[in-house]
Design a protein around this ligand. Structure first.
Ligand SMILES: Cc1cc2nc3c(=O)[nH]c(=O)nc-3n(C[C@H](O)[C@H](O)[C@H](O)COP(=O)(O)O)c2cc1C
Length: 197
């Protein structure tokens, strides 16, 4: 296996051809601490989420978007687990990914988390196409964010996406630096695809 040390290109070694934003996407921890995501670009990235499919077209995703330097950014960053706190403050934007798990009448939306994940996936691919990077995380206190933003009971904080421009790997501590350049691994297709009997 080849060790990838050029973190500007961590292109996936795919077994079948992919469109560039999918092959190029990876999750860095070194974001450029000075980069700003233009409002137009941010809108484009969120527009990709908007056009994701969802059960019954219910669109049960909600996003809290916070730019670096704002109080909302600090609130979200404060809720992160230490390991994530260490690197995520260099991202230009933090996005809290929320699933609305029941409608206004209290009827459950069983696919809300699935739909949210799909919307986030669209967002990450569009971000890559815009020359940006994303890194999703589950390591944070979801209840703290729910409380801080006074979210209603039918909204579940599921994950956070960091969004920004790629930074310098040397800004990371040694442990994170090693992970940043470690070989990217995936299961083989045969391990997770079953051909119907
Ligand atoms: C739901 C979810 C939760 C994740 N949680 C974390 C996390 O807390 N901290 C972290 O550094 N990365 C986290 N990741 C990033 C994954 O570790 C990463 O996507 C995976 O290792 C594949 O690497 P790649 O995105 O570069 O292809 C998370 C990703 C997802 C989708």
């Amino acid at each position: 296996m080849t060790l990838v040390t050029d973190v500007t290109s961590r292109k996936a070694a795919t077994e079948a051809p992919l469109i560039d934003p999918l092959a190029d996407r990876w999750s860095p921890r070194a974001f450029d601490p000075d980069a700003v995501v233009e409002t137009e670009t941010l809108r484009t990235v969120l527009e990709a989420a908007r056009w994701a499919p969802s059960a019954n077209n219910s669109q049960p995703w909600r996003f809290i978007v916070a730019r670096r330097g704002t109080a909302a950014f600090t609130t979200i960053h404060d809720a992160m687990a230490g390991f994530n706190k260490e690197w995520a403050d260099s991202a230009a934007v933090l996005i809290v990914n929320i699933a609305e798990t029941a409608d206004a009448e209290g009827r459950p939306r069983p696919w809300a988390r699935y739909d949210l994940g799909q919307a986030v996936a669209h967002l990450t691919v569009q971000a890559q196409h815009e020359g940006l990077h994303t890194h999703q995380m589950g390591g944070f206190d979801a209840q703290a964010i729910h409380d801080a933003f006074e979210l209603p009971g039918n909204q579940e904080v599921v994950s956070i996406t960091t969004l920004g421009a790629l930074g310098d790997v040397d800004q990371l501590n040694e442990v994170l630096r090693e992970r940043e350049v470690a070989p990217r691994q995936r299961m083989q297709l045969e391990e997770f695809v079953t051909v119907g009997r």
